[in-house]
Design a protein around this ligand. Structure first.
Ligand code: IPM
Ligand code: MG
Length: 406
């Protein structure tokens, strides 16, 4: 059954050798750095950005798992931990210090925890922790965000949907990450001619932005079950009309992929009515944000979902889709599996190290098979563990080189 998890993370959607750049193929991740590695070992620089709330807890667990799985495959990691978000605001007064960005940019791959918290909720916009995420996404140009949502047999009962609806769900949401209403101009809050305050944002997509995310989605669908559903609001929004037109035009280049379109309100409904109808979904930044949270609940918990954000060159950004959960931060209650699975995506998509990635995926399945559960995915008859213990169990499974069988 390991397959369910693996289908989601098998591809390199940018369609290049993982870890290499399309524009500059010589940019192998360890071109220079390999020289410093021990004989027979490959060395990678990994930027760790723990961030806020439960971020540091889940990153510390995932780092150990990454290190262990890597070392069994002859990989050495040079970790550099840097502050971002609220942690950076508290330290130096900005959400993304230059040094943190530089470390991320120069790394081979970035593993991020979570960003944000009540403490900074009333900050002025440019001093909000979330700005760190937006700067990272924009300046690393990681426009393609892959969010797999797979219902694992071990966790069907944790789903909020009925077993027969949830069982077998295996979809990939391809979210556009560096455009749309998140970044569109004009935007702001101002006072209009009647003296009333108005807030406004702009949903903006250039044709090339739609084309490049659509290509990633077609490539992704082609390597999965060959079905792509493009989600938009083309009955209302002009940006969506262009979106639908461009995606439709590209379909002729992918005759093996069956393309459908769906309005986002219907997609939100279909996701809980019959989620198995979806294979690959491609959508804009804000719809992808919303639908991926919805999809996570089908899988049992938002604490299970990893993500990969990729561009055409440079390091990828890998992070759980959950937030910083300040209500449980520091209590050893967080589910580290989404971050551990993000580390697996980092190995596979970021570094092209599929074997090490599979070690992590198998170890997660094995740990679930043994009945270990954090609170968010707990059901009676299982063993309730905290974040650290869950991490230790995954480490044990990595060590025992178990291939999960269900
Ligand atoms: C996500 C998050 C972010 C987003 C927040 C934290 C700004 O919800 O990655 O889905 O909206 O993109
Ligand atoms: Mg979100």
């Amino acid at each position: 059954m390991a397959a369910a998890l693996q289908t989601n993370t098998r591809l390199n959607p940018i369609n290049v050798v993982p870890g290499r750049s399309l524009t500059n193929p010589s940019r192998a991740p360890c071109r220079v750095r390999c020289a410093a590695a021990s004989p027979g070992k490959k060395r990678f620089n990994i930027a760790l950005l723990p961030g806020d709330g439960i971020g540091p807890e889940v990153i510390s667990v995932a780092k150990n798992v990454l290190q262990q799985a890597g070392s069994l495959e002859g990989l050495e990691f040079n970790f550099q931990e840097m502050p971002v978000g609220g942690a950076a605001l508290d330290l130096v007064g900005v959400p993304l210090p230059e040094e943190s960005f530089a470390a991320a940019k120069q790394s081979d791959a970035i593993l991020l925890g979570a960003i944000g918290g009540y403490k900074w909720d009333n900050n002025e916009k440019h001093l909000r922790p979330e700005m760190a995420l937006f700067y990272l996404r924009r300046d690393l140009k990681v426009f393609a965000n892959l969010r797999p949502a797979t219902v694992l047999p071990q966790l069907v009962d944790a789903s909020t949907l009925k077993r027969e609806v949830a069982e077998g769900v295996d979809m990939m949401i391809v979210r556009e990450l560096t455009g749309g209403i998140y970044f569109g101009e004009p935007r702001g809050i101002k006072t209009n001619e009647n003296g009333e305050e108005v807030g406004f944002n702009t949903e903006f997509y250039a044709a090339h932005e739609i084309d490049r995310i659509a290509r990633v989605a077609f490539e992704t669908a082609r390597k999965r079950r060959g079905k792509l559903c493009s989600v938009d609001k083309a009955n209302v929004l002009d940006a969506s009309i262009l979106w639908r037109r461009r995606v439709t035009a590209l379909a002729s280049e992918y005759p093996d992929v069956e393309l459908t379109h769906m309005y986002v309100d219907n997609a939100a409904m279909q996701l809980i009515r019959d989620p198995k109808q979806f294979d690959t979904i491609v959508t804009n930044n804000i719809f992808g944000d919303i639908l991926s949270d919805e999809a996570s609940m089908i899988t049992g918990s938002i604490g299970m979902l990893p993500s990969a954000s990729l561009g055409v060159s440079g390091p990828g950004l890998f992070e759980p889709i959950h937030g910083s959960a300040p209500d449980i931060a520091g209590q050893d209650k967080a589910n580290p599996l989404a971050t551990i699975l993000s580390a697996a995506m980092l190995l596979k998509y970021g570094l092209g190290e599929e074997k090490a990635a599979k070690r992590i995926e198998d170890a997660v399945l094995d740990t679930l098979n043994k009945g270990f559960r954090t609170g968010d995915i707990y059901s009676p008859g299982n063993k309730l563990v905290g974040c650290k213990e869950m991490g230790e169990e995954v480490l044990k499974s990595v060590d025992s080189k178990v291939t999960a069988t269900v």
